[in-house]
Design a protein around this ligand. Structure first.
Ligand SMILES: *Cc1c(COP(=O)(O)O)cnc(C)c1O
Length: 722
């Protein structure tokens, strides 16, 4: 485990007997250990909710009286001691999967990403990419990988979403307060803040370093908001994904080049460098520069960098693949290419992309050229990526393009409902977590009695409905919105009706409005006597994505109509907290991307491990996950030339399945005990097939075995290949 010279900030005054609650607040380990969360919750439930589950803020505000009361409560102290014991054992394990499996492997794995979705109180993520990075870190920690991550501390975070009464998305800024978050300033031995410097045109910018401890894994965060920088430069790392080109390239230079310098400053010697998406690809240039400065020729340096680099591509959608105009790259890199021993043209050729209308500098191309280990994030996406990047390997056949795939997964302890985990403890054995990627373990899922599984599911659904109503009440109380908006946000939800969840980023290819496309037909289903159906929508559009915002508006206008009886709902401000309620509490998880644009998708996996069957297009992970019995497949496994034809065919399939299969199956109850036994069989099949294969346990092990180890072993290049 890496540890840096830091002191935990000390903002709290806690009774001595329970003073380690402060230490716990500064390690995100608590975010995937419900017993730890329940300590805070138990101390003051209302404050825990009011601080949005932020233990740092919570401990600053909680009353002395409550603290003294629990510090004298034997039951609380027993639980406190058990949590602290588990925490200590976690931080100082006798052994880990990684050490047992690879006792002789040396060096760190550096993992770079622009976003990390770790918890709802840290809005340094926008969507799926971030949640995947966050889950990757938690799993790397659980498995004992010597991993250190690098990202940004965005001082304004990702925005809070509000909808106007006409459904137009408003993006409210978030102001993060350093003191209120579990981030720790990195300092030198004299207590001075650690910084690194990065060259931007006509100036050097100072970057301050922070760390967040994620179990055993440190996440280093870069932040340009330091007094030494100009006011404009202090804003460079304020927000995620600016569409302004100078800001964007500056951020990526800070991440790639500043990130390498940060790790050097911390004395960390990574043996493998993982670029999670192309935003961090400039790190390859900094690493080459280091080697050239030490006397190596460019070719040799580039070869060594490529051998020890891993690149994961996450999207076939062109807008997701970062490119910069050549003139911009010249402005930012003219001083670098001589240092690499390259001419302007040689430099630009590293990542030049020809379009019909001109040329660009492409970040994924830079990463593909300078990383020998490359992967897409599902089997289908691997194929799509090989086709998309075939032109870079013109001498090879398409299926020989050297891009493999590792299908995404989700961190089970983060996303699995506590009540279900208790059932697994009881029926699968207390050690089920150690064996969660073994399909044989999940064969025993049939040991859970129908009645118990159904009772837990109904509990989670009631919890979701109660939560959404409470949010609606707050909106009504505090925001004084139009009454229709209160209805639209879920006040009329019925905890017994078949409930479909649709929550994700509002990117147009995800087709949120497909289920609304034949509105009359849908209305016929929503309010049928004895078989009501309700659909809950949630999701943000990127603030600069006008079509995405129009899509939200289109959905919202339908949601507000009286004819649907309050059975269509849009919940604002989708984040990890709302995602947890939804994936655990709905009956069916709907996903309607336009195939093959969904590289993987992960929210459906979160639903499936909670016994919520997927109802989805055979795209991304679902094309691998679907087995005919664990959910439903929308549309066919084929390509279309005409998107309108594809949309019509998929909509027809969606409605037919809902009418003929899903709704009848849900409401079919066994006479003797009133249980939906056929439905329960789908729920079990979902858990049984998805948990072992689509967890980050399987995923991170695969990264280690197939991509990290080959790169780590390449550190000392064999003579023969030089
Ligand atoms: C899991 C998750 C996502 C990813 O959703 P997909 O559309 O399935 O890729 C996005 N946002 C949040 C808040 C999530 O929890």
């Amino acid at each position: 485990m890496l540890s840096f010279f830091t002191d935990l900030p000390n903002h709290f005054s806690l009774p001595r007997r329970i003073n380690r609650l402060g230490e716990l607040a500064y390690n995100l380990w608590w975010t995937w250990h419900p017993d730890a969360q329940r300590l805070y919750r138990h101390i003051d439930f209302a404050l825990w909710e009011a601080t949005y589950h932020n233990p740092v803020q919570f401990l600053k505000q909680v009353s002395r009286a409550r603290l003294s009361a629990v510090a004298a409560d034997r039951h609380f102290l027993d639980r406190y001691d058990a949590v602290m014991r588990a925490f200590d054992e976690y931080l100082h394990p006798e052994s880990t999967w990684f050490r047992r499996s690879y006792p002789a492997v040396e060096g760190h794995i550096a993992y770079f990403s622009t976003e990390f979705g770790l918890h709802e109180t840290l809005p340094i993520y926008a969507g799926g990419l971030g949640v995947l990075s966050g889950d990757h870190l938690k799993e790397a920690s659980d498995l004992g990988l010597p991993l250190v991550a690098v990202g940004f501390f965005y001082t304004h975070g990702y925005f809070t979403q509000r909808l106007s009464d006409d459904g137009w998305q408003e993006a409210l800024p978030v102001d993060q307060r350093y003191d209120d978050l579990p981030i720790i300033p990195l300092t030198d031995a004299d207590g001075q803040p650690l910084t690194v410097s990065v060259e931007l045109p006509e100036r050097d910018v100072q970057i301050r370093l922070w760390t967040i401890q994620v179990g055993r894994v440190p996440l280093i965060l870069l932040d340009s908001d330091v007094p030494a920088n100009s006011p404009a430069d202090r804003q460079l790392t304020a927000r995620l994904y600016s569409s302004e080109l100078d800001l964007r390239i500056s951020q990526e230079i800070i991440l790639g080049i500043g990130g390498v310098r940060a790790l050097r400053k911390l004395g960390c010697k990574p043996a493998v460098w993982h670029m999670n998406e192309g935003h961090s690809a400039f790190l390859t240039l900094e690493r080459i520069r280091e080697k050239v400065a030490a006397g190596m020729a460019f070719e040799q340096a580039a070869r060594e960098v490529a051998r020890s680099s891993v690149f994961t591509t996450h999207t076939p959608v062109p807008a997701g693949n970062d490119e910069f105009p050549i003139w911009l790259v010249e402005r930012y890199f003219a001083r670098l290419w001589p240092e690499l021993g390259l001419t302007r043209d040689q430099f630009l050729n590293l990542a030049r992309r020809e379009h019909g209308w001109g040329e660009t500098f492409s970040m994924p191309i830079l990463a593909l050229r300078l990383a020998e280990q490359r992967n897409g994030v599902s089997e289908l996406h691997g194929q799509v990526a090989r086709k998309m990047w075939h032109f870079l390997w013109p001498d090879r056949k398409e299926n020989e393009v050297p891009i493999t795939h590792i299908t995404n997964g989700v961190h089970v302890d983060t996303w699995l409902a506590r009540r279900l985990a208790l059932l697994y403890d009881h029926y699968l054995g207390a050690d089920w977590r150690e064996r969660m990627d073994d399909p044989a373990l999940w064969e025993q899922i049939d040991r859970i009695p129908d009645a118990e599984l159904w009772e837990v599911h109904r509990h989670l659904k009631r919890k979701l409905v109660a939560y959404l109503r409470e949010r609606a009440r707050k909106m009504w109380l505090e925001l004084r919105v139009h009454p229709v908006q209160v209805v639209a946000s879920g006040t009329l939800l019925d905890p017994y009706a078949l409930t479909i969840g649709f929550a994700r980023r509002f990117a147009t290819y995800k087709r949120a409005s497909l289920v609304l496309s034949d509105f009359e037909r849908l209305l016929g289903l929503l309010n049928r006597p004895n078989m009501p159906v309700q659909i809950i929508f949630a999701g943000k559009a990127h603030p600069a994505d006008e079509p995405g915002k129009r899509l939200i508006q289109e959905v919202y206008r339908k949601v507000k109509l009286a004819e649907n009886g309050g059975r269509l709902v849009f919940v604002e401000d989708y984040d990890m907290n709302l995602a947890r309620y939804l994936v655990q509490g709905v009956d069916v998880w709907l996903n309607t991307p336009r195939r093959p644009n969904e590289a993987s998708g992960t929210s459906g996996m979160k639903a499936a491990i909670n016994g919520v069957p997927n109802f989805s297009v055979l795209d991304g992970w679902w094309r691998e996950g679907y087995n005919g019995r664990n959910g439903w497949a929308i549309g066919e496994e084929r390509e279309y030339d005409d998107p309108a034809e594809q949309d019509a065919a998929d909509a027809e399939s969606l409605y037919t399945l809902l009418e003929n299969e899903i709704i009848p199956l849900y409401y079919q109850r066994r006479a003797s005990d009133g249980l939906p036994v056929e439905w329960l069989a789908r729920m079990r099949e979902s858990i049984r097939t998805v948990t072992p294969r689509f967890s980050t346990r399987r995923m991170v092990k695969e990264y280690v075995e197939r991509l990290y180890l080959p790169a780590m072993r390449a550190v000392e290049p064999p003579e023969a290949t030089a």
